[in-house]
Write a protein that binds this ligand. Structure first.
Ligand SMILES: Cc1cc2nc3c(=O)[nH]c(=O)nc-3n(C[C@H](O)[C@H](O)[C@H](O)COP(=O)(O)O)c2cc1C
Length: 462
């Protein structure tokens, strides 16, 4: 390593100039009105001016701010916090040969840690990760609202300290990365709350909400003009088609109970009768939950209407029935054609259908010997259709859409006297492999167990 590694504090590129007239200072910030303020002492103004250009270490800033002035450290920290609030700061990690990495705040209020470096060993945080973005290598973390663009030498030096915990000496890369939050003391136990977060949970949460205002999250249509949108109507499968009996809306309306009754009665039922699920009931369930009620051709991408709300009305979800014991259906996987209210059977998918239903049985912890549900409704997500519009949050939106559908499934199943149970631990590959899905085009996102309730379970809900 080429000598000491230092973390320089400086204004970021949004701060176009720093003007000073005595103690009066004015910052010209891109797209903002000029920000004027007057530090109490010339030394404080001097320290603020030192944030221009290449910048200074925190200890240099404190030293400059304290020269002949009271409370220099307090003052510079006050101003750093104010500048961090406006996301006006950046940091550069340097050694004697030059830059190792550039730190960008992703959200307002990010500042490096100011506590003393830990005495014990440090190592990369279990929430941190390295990835390539175009030509840049980024060090990011679900815990840190900043990221580091590592230069090749910075990467090499990082590689050299990743193998084992090391000391966070002052003026070391490990020390700088600890201050920035990417390294953690290994002998300090995480809080109970933090221990409960897994790497991917925190990353999905942080990255898919507007928690990092620098990164776009929302309907940006970033692929418009670059990638044609996937059609709203899923291309037809070619298997045997089974037209489902058309439900009678009038009779459904007459026998349907009040929302309040259904909410009171709704429960997950895992005790099944030894009888098949009648095709007209399965058909009515699918018709009431999953059918497409309208299409809306639009300039950006075609939208759909269904009986449940969906982010942007994109309706990326598709539905399949893994039938174990359904009247007039072979025990196979079937696609629900939501536009024509029909099922399309997949040849040779018997084993997969049973394995999907058995997977639901395991998710519901059904003991050997207990009856399995008659069917599983497999929910898939054509995620690129949603991601074509939504940036940063497509998977989150698809999961939320799935939750909405689950609730409707519960309500309709309750209204029909069926046995519903959402499940949360399915294996996406079972359906994907059975019907030859490219998982990047369409992947299983959930399974919902459906069957006829055992007499006792049915009676207890009367
Ligand atoms: C997203 C989600 C996932 C679930 N996953 C499972 C599961 O894997 N196994 C299971 O037996 N129940 C599962 N359930 C059902 C819950 O255990 C059930 O809703 C909860 O215990 C409350 O009981 P109730 O539905 O009878 O009110 C899930 C429910 C939801 C909403």
């Amino acid at each position: 390593m080429a000598g000491p590694v230092r973390l320089l504090y400086h204004f970021n590129a949004d701060v176009q100039s720093v003007r000073r007239d005595g103690n009066r200072m004015v910052l010209d910030v891109k797209d903002w009105k000029p920000i004027g303020f007057a530090p109490a002492h010339a030394a404080h103004a001097e320290a603020i001016a030192a944030l221009e250009g290449r910048g200074s270490t925190l200890s240099e800033l404190v030293r400059i701010a304290s020269a002949g002035a009271d409370l220099g450290g307090k003052a510079i920290h006050y101003y750093l916090d104010r500048f961090a609030f406006g996301r006006l700061l950046g940091w550069t990690i340097v050694d004697q040969e030059g830059e190792l990495g550039r730190v960008q705040a992703l959200a307002k209020l990010f500042v490096p840690r100011r506590e003393p470096l830990p005495a014990g060993p440090v190592a990369m945080s279990r929430f941190a990760y390295l990835r390539r973005l175009k030509e840049t290598m980024l060090l990011e973390s679900g815990l840190v609202r900043a990221r580091i663009e590592l230069k090749p030498r910075g990467l090499a030096l990082l590689g050299a300290i990743l193998g084992a915990p090391c000391k966070a000496a002052s003026e070391s890369l490990a020390g700088a990365l600890w201050q920035l939050g990417f390294f953690e003391a290994v002998d300090v136990e995480e809080s109970a709350a933090q221990r409960c977060w897994e790497f991917h949970d925190l990353l999905l949460h942080e990255a898919s909400r507007a928690n990092r205002e620098v990164l776009p999250v929302g309907g940006t249509y970033r692929f418009d003009g670059a990638i044609p949108p996937m059609s709203a109507v899923r291309p037809d499968y070619s298997g045997k088609r089974i037209a489902l009996p058309a439900p009678d809306s009038q009779s459904i309306r007459q026998r349907s109970r009040s929302l309040d009754d259904l909410q009171a009665e709704r429960k997950s039922i895992r005790d099944y009768a030894d009888s098949p699920l009648p095709l007209d009931m399965l058909g009515e369930f699918l018709w009431r939950v999953c059918r497409t009620t309208g299409t809306l051709p639009l300039q950006h991408q075609d939208l759909l209407s269904r009986r449940y709300p969906a982010a942007g009305s994109v309706h990326e979800l598709e539905f399949y029935v893994a039938a174990r014991r359904c009247e007039d259906l072979r025990p196979s996987v079937h696609h629900y054609d939501s536009h024509n209210h029909a099922l399309v059977e997949f040849e040779g998918s018997q084993k997969a259908a049973l394995r999907i239903v058995e997977g639901c049985g395991r998710a519901m912890a059904l003991q050997p010997g207990r009856l399995l549900p008659a069917a599983a409704i497999v929910v898939t997500s054509r995620l690129p259709r949603l991601a074509w519009k939504y940036e940063g949050m497509a998977y989150r939106a698809s999961l939320m859409n799935t939750g909405v559908v689950y609730h409707l499934m519960y309500m309709v199943a309750t209204d029909m006297g069926l046995a519903p149970c959402a499940t949360g631990t399915g294996d996406s590959r079972l359906l994907e492999d059975a019907i030859g899905l490219d998982r990047l085009e369409e992947t299983t996102i959930g399974e919902f167990a459906l069957g006829m309730p055992a007499a006792a379970a049915a009676a207890s809900s009367d």
